[in-house]
Design a protein around this ligand. Sequence first.
Ligand code: AMP
Ligand code: MG
Length: 344
Amino acid sequence: MVIETVTERHLGREALLAMRAVADAVDLARLVERDVATGALSKGDASPVTIADFSVQALIAARLARDRPSDTLVAEEDATALRTAPDLSTRVVDVVRAAEPGLDADQILDWIDRGGGNPGRRFWALDPIDGTKGLLRGCQYAVALALIVDGTVQLGVLGCPRLSLAHQPSLSAEADASSEGGIAVAVRGRGAWWSARSDESLTPLSVSRVSEPARACVLHSFETPHSDVEALRRVVETLCVERPPWLMDSQAKHVVLASGAADVLLRFPTLHGCHEAIWDQAAGSVLIEEAGGRVTDLAGHPLDFSTGRHLSRNEGLVATNGVLHDAVLKAVQTVLQKHSLPGA
Ligand code: AMP
Ligand code: MG
């Protein structure tokens, strides 16, 4: 995917370089989609990691090292497991070299390890494959890159290889085989846009105007270990929401909310003291805010990206079209306090 029509003047230099890196990462991910099931590893927290995760991290780290050599990268993966798995490592090296010829194998593993940077005053946050389980299941996933300065997300780019905003929402987790994918970008103070794969122009994103909770379309993770479904059920019941929740993997949900195709996005910790990783919320939160929506934690506090690799001052997530925010927060607090659930 080449983004010829996105002008530097319109979005700024950082956005352009981030979009180009994510666009190439999306192409790379689509190329290896069919091969990821073989060779997926299980990480310490039992979540899967694939050649797509490693290859995308290497590619984006290499681009940032070239274009912004003094910037820090804070990313989800590291190359430790690859260094003791030569077969997997060879596959990753082959995939990355196809996109970025001339890199040597050791250098590729070193690029991946550049993601272990310390989140300081200015840094990039990357989830190379957000929703790896979705990728493996034939559902949504996203390449998520954000620039954070002084604890605030200034720029977010989400590459969504299986998302289409052209169709009517199906409320299905499974990606439509005909989905062409695209890239969402938001620049703080400038707006949020979607660029479909086949149409390189930028379409402004803006949230819905639904104001009655009963008519809301509520997004939630497909994965029950990632967010408490019992809390979701109770909040939806409290708000008398008529439609069943739309279960979807990754920050593709944030794009759908920003586009106005859904109205509310909820995330509840499954354990007390469990905090979201910054790369799981950074790009998506600026996208929703720039599309006119509102993003807070379950207590109504803004997300604070100055606390390291995790949002340790925030629990859970409430993202809405803005109009519905106070009503949803109230229902969330009622449910959490009544049932002593994490996040109360
Ligand atoms: P989603 O598809 O919205 O659940 O988001 C996928 C992301 O959830 C993954 O990229 C993980 O970083 C993150 N994740 C994995 N385990 C958990 C957990 N127990 N609680 C919250 N998020 C998690
Ligand atoms: Mg993730």
